[in-house]
Write a protein that binds this ligand. Structure first.
Ligand SMILES: [Zn+2]
Length: 342
């Protein structure tokens, strides 16, 4: 919804440095991802412009590009939340045409009441296996998710069904988008949370639910051998491409248990110009973790592991790149300085 995105971008014009509309469809300001020119405080190389029915953001200094909605999320979380609320109301008003890929049959979803009544939270009560639904299969094919990992993924054509998993989320699930669902199981194999990745163009890309408080959500934690190298990524989908791997579902690696410190390799997304991420990498280095620093031309155009796979790199190549770019302590700090200038 172009008009709605424009409305919310208008709210940040006075909040960003050097913000001004160049025309109805172009907003320009200094880039908060890289800080823009350090020498010239008037240089403003961040641009929001339209592609189809959406605004996108691109910085001509650091190259960072993302949707403008994501930009709001990164820098103005409160305004972003308000945007989402209004987006949901607006998209609910219009009669939604069923998407082409979904058959009418797939829109009707009846939760399995018996399974829901069991004490244990069970995804099969409210979702399908990815392999049972064509549009979910299309998604995993497009993202090139390895065949051997597809079995652990679920799919719901209507995210509202997930609200039935826990009284905590009754009537509290945002939107009703079709989502591929990745379950977080604890070390005893119990479902403690989920994250649902929208397979349409919903601005709510990820929907995360947590069923047990005080249990950190770490994807695949029950299946790794902590005596060997454990690869740790931000996104659960990225972790599917690596052996013996887990994901923290965000960029907070500090929630990892100390028992992982010796063998974990922390792998951030590839964002050399993102000052916040660089700071976080420094922090985990200081905590004593090994980190992968993507100092490699071959991957410079890709922002995460899934992008690298879609771009044509094999899983083995990626593992090799990670292994040869893993550092700790002072050498990690030195490599991080090089990385910032890549
Ligand atoms: Zn920038």
């Amino acid at each position: 919804m172009l008009w709605l995105e424009r409305k919310y971008l208008s709210r940040i014009v006075s909040l960003v440095e050097q913000g001004k509309w160049k025309n109805d469809n172009t907003l320009n300001h200094r880039c908060p991802y890289c800080g823009d020119s350090q020498k010239n405080q008037f240089k403003a190389r961040g641009f929001h412009f339209t592609i189809g029915q959406n605004f996108v953001y691109k910085c001509h200094n650091c190259g960072h590009s993302t949707s403008s909605v994501n930009f709001l999320k990164d820098h103005f979380p409160v305004i972003h939340k308000e945007y989402l609320k209004e987006w949901l109301t607006e998209s609910g008003k219009k009669p939604k045409k069923p998407q082409k890929m979904l058959s009418a049959n797939e829109f009707k979803f009846t939760p399995n009441k018996e399974l829901l009544n069991m004490k244990k939270v069970d995804l099969s009560a409210v979702a399908f296996k990815v392999t049972d639904k064509v549009d979910a299969q299309e998604f995993v094919k497009r993202r090139r998710i390895p065949k051997e990992r597809i079995d652990e993924l679920w799919f719901t054509p209507q995210a509202q069904s997930l609200g039935l998993l826990s009284p905590k989320y009754k009537d509290r699930v945002l939107g009703n988008d079709p989502r591929v669902v990745l379950p977080f199981l604890n070390e005893n194999g119990e479902l403690v949370g989920i994250t649902g990745r929208a397979i349409n163009d919903s601005p709510l890309r990820y929907l995360t639910m947590r069923f047990l408080d005080d249990v950190p959500l770490i994807y695949n934690i029950g299946n790794v051998d902590k005596t060997k190298t454990v690869y740790v990524t931000e996104g659960p989908i990225d972790s599917l491409f690596l052996p013996n791997s887990i994901a923290v579902g965000g960029s907070d690696f500090k929630k990892l248990d100390d028992s992982l410190k010796e063998n974990a390799v922390i792998i951030y997304d590839n964002e050399p110009r993102n000052a916040q991420i660089i700071k976080q990498i420094e922090e985990v280095i200081d905590l004593g973790y090994k980190v992968c620093i993507w100092n490699e031309r071959r991957v410079s155009e890709y922002k995460d592991i899934n992008d690298m796979v879609i771009g044509g790199l094999s899983q083995n190549e990626i593992i090799e790149i990670i292994n040869s770019n893993t550092y700790s302590g002072l050498s990690a700090k030195a490599k991080l300085q090089e990385y910032k200038k890549i």
